[in-house]
Design a protein around this ligand. Structure first.
Ligand code: FEO
Length: 624
């Protein structure tokens, strides 16, 4: 019986799960199963994206028949020819003889190598940027060689903004009734398997994955449909940011992955002692016996952590068999950018340490901790110092970039905490004109706290002082624009929007109305000069923080006006804000900390208001 899942109104998941497979690709254990995803688009034309493994072909055919509802199948897009996605091709042709096979020239070669049917009379060959209009949808074909085979291409539906991503963004594990990543606790239950899938299947091809990420960065993507694992329609950036790290061989976490091979437990003992010492200093460690844990899990951990320790006994004058196989596997997956320490053991001629280093030295940017610890059969008391020294060497390279280990946190917590507000000026703020419109009233003010919170959905926050009229207008209307100021912005812009109140001034009066009445789609003004970009947003939440309201808002429009650098708070103080006038001899004066205005007199009245920026006496200091 069919078992399909709706993805959108006209897109249906018609794939299947396999929980009986012992070894994916004959080498990767999949104890949680695996899904073979295929998607059917039912537009004016019907289009199937890839097929499935031979193990689940019967269910797949039932699913297609159900989703087609009696219609014929017009196209099968073959994005990836590996048989776990193409095994049902021949059966498909028998059942739907009018079908066209959409593929690239390379795919055609592979189809002929793997299968013996007459592909040429069915083929519709495409190349980079070719399109296929299916009715409402337009499909764009984008080549993605070596992600994971040479013929791989992905397909972008520019109407519904869906990227059919082939092996990219896939995951081990059966879907278990869900089809969207947001239906499960992906971070907790599936991220490890997504990493194991990526690192083992395409980990070797980081540059090619980056090439695909670059191409994808030019597309607006609302949904990812991979060939294994879940469909992504929310928080896509979460997985994409992992791919950025993995494909650049950068560690996700500061910590130490210890892999050991031990015949009688003595090499394991040295690894355990090292792990204990690292943990005592607050460094995270994970340990694997390479003779027990399948290599795919250890490769995955090696991609995750910043430091790697290999401890191996010597065997047949070489590296112990399971460690030798693992080191070869890890190097084949192109591991790079790691700090590595090595422990060897040998009862009469220890050799494994040097050989491990020799193998890993072929990988890019491997930083070896100086000394190999060389055991003779077992750890002796004097060697505890060597293990100490290795732990210290690892710690010294972990700590500067780690998120503070527990010991460092508790040490700081014991001291008396102080808040030096000047530290806040070290944060790199930008400066923005925040504009709103309430009825016929346009207004704007200067803010320095506009921050992107999430990419998907694109969401920002702004903190606005409650004394500003713009604040009240946003509270009323729930909408605003941000004009991002550039380094060329003159002081007059800050005067115009920052030193007056919209309650008694028309802040836009200075603009030539016809030339400068620039409005975004929300009909709110923006500043087109001295700005490099504009963001329009709709408030989803308002949080009261005493003097300020924090508005959380979804971005509804954004566009770039120039490539001039954005002004920072620091740049404003160093280059835009007028320098304080030197105090006149024998004349006492007070200077406004906000705008630099100088008040001459022996004392400043408590109710004094700066004539320039309208800030009160509290913002003045003695000018000395
Ligand atoms: Fe799932 Fe590279 O095939």
């Amino acid at each position: 019986m069919y078992c399909v899942k709706k993805i959108t109104d006209d897109l249906t998941w018609v794939g299947a799960n396999d929980r009986r497979l012992a070894m994916f690709e004959g080498v990767y254990s999949v104890p949680e199963g695996v899904s073979y995803n295929s998607y059917l688009l039912t537009d004016e034309k019907t289009v199937l994206f890839d097929t499935v493994d031979k193990a689940v072909t019967q269910r797949f055919m039932e699913n297609i028949a159900e989703a087609l509802g009696g219609r014929k199948l017009d196209y099968i897009v073959v994005q990836h020819m590996e048989p776990d996605h193409s095994a049902a091709l021949q059966e498909l042709i028998i059942r739907y003889p009018e079908i066209k096979i959409v593929c690239n020239a390379k795919t055609l070669v592979f189809i002929k190598q793997f299968y013996d049917f007459d592909i040429d009379s069915y083929a519709h060959t495409v190349k980079e940027n070719d399109t296929l209009i299916t009715g409402r949808h337009t499909l764009h074909f984008v080549m993605a060689p070596m992600v994971h085979w040479p013929e791989v291409m992905v397909t972008y539906d520019s109407v519904d903004k869906i990227l059919f991503s082939a092996d990219a963004f896939g995951c081990f594990g059966a879907l278990n009734g869900a089809v969207f990543a947001d239906e499960v606790d992906f971070e907790k239950d599936y991220m490890d398997e997504a990493r194991r899938y990526y690192t083992n299947i395409v980990g070797k091809y980081g540059p090619q994955v980056q090439a695909l990420l670059n191409k994808a960065s030019n597309l607006e993507i609302k949904m990812l449909c991979p060939l294994h694992g879940f469909v992504w329609r929310k928080n896509i950036q979460k997985l994409v940011s992992k791919y950025v790290l993995w494909s650049s061989y950068e560690p996700e976490e500061q910590g130490v992955m210890i892999a050991y091979a031990s015949v009688y437990g003595n090499t394991e003992n040295a690894a355990e002692i090292l792990s204990c010492k690292l943990r005592e200093k607050g460094v995270k460690t994970v340990m694997f016996d390479v003779s027990v844990t399948p290599a795919s899990y250890i490769v995955s951990a090696a991609f995750k952590y910043s430091h790697l320790v290999f401890a191996s006994t010597t065997y047949n004058a070489g590296i112990f068999v399971s460690m030798e196989a693992f080191i070869h596997d890890l190097a084949a997956h192109n591991i790079q950018n790691r700090t590595v320490a090595v422990i060897e053991n040998g009862s009469w001629a220890a050799a494994s340490g040097g050989l491990i280093r020799e193998q890993l030295a072929k990988c890019k940017n491997i930083n070896f901790i100086d000394n190999i610890i060389s055991l003779k059969s077992s750890v002796k008391p004097a060697q505890l110092l060597e293990i100490d020294a290795m732990a210290d060497a690892i710690i010294s390279s972990v700590l500067p970039v780690s998120s503070s280990p527990a010991s460092v946190i508790s040490e700081k917590a014991d001291k008396t905490a102080t808040v030096d507000l000047k530290t806040m000026f070290k944060l790199s703020y930008g400066l923005f004109v925040l504009t709103a419109k309430d009825g016929e009233k346009d207004n704007g003010c200067i803010i320095n706290t506009a921050v992107q919170i999430t990419q998907d959905p694109c969401r920002i926050s702004v903190a606005v002082n409650k004394s500003n009229l713009t604040h009240d207008m946003i509270l009323n209307t729930g909408e605003f624009n941000i004009s991002i100021l550039t380094e060329s912005a003159p002081f007059s812009i800050f005067e115009q929007f920052g030193f007056h109140s919209g309650r008694d001034t028309d802040k836009f009066a200075k603009f030539d109305k016809s030339a400068e009445d620039k409005r975004a789609a929300n009909n709110i003004r923006y500043i087109s000069e001295y700005t490099n970009g504009v963001i329009s947003a709709k408030v989803t939440e308002s949080l009261d923080y005493g003097t300020h309201t924090l508005f959380i808002a979804d971005v509804t429009e954004s566009f770039i006006l120039s490539n001039e650098p954005s002004v920072t708070y620091q740049y404003y103080f160093d280059h835009i804000k007028p320098k304080p006038q030197a105090p006149k001899a024998h004349v006492n004066s007070f200077i406004c900390k906000i705008c630099g205005y100088v008040y001459e007199g022996d004392s400043l009245p408590d109710d004094y208001i700066c004539p320039l920026c309208k800030h009160g006496a509290a913002d003045f200091e003695r000018n000395i």
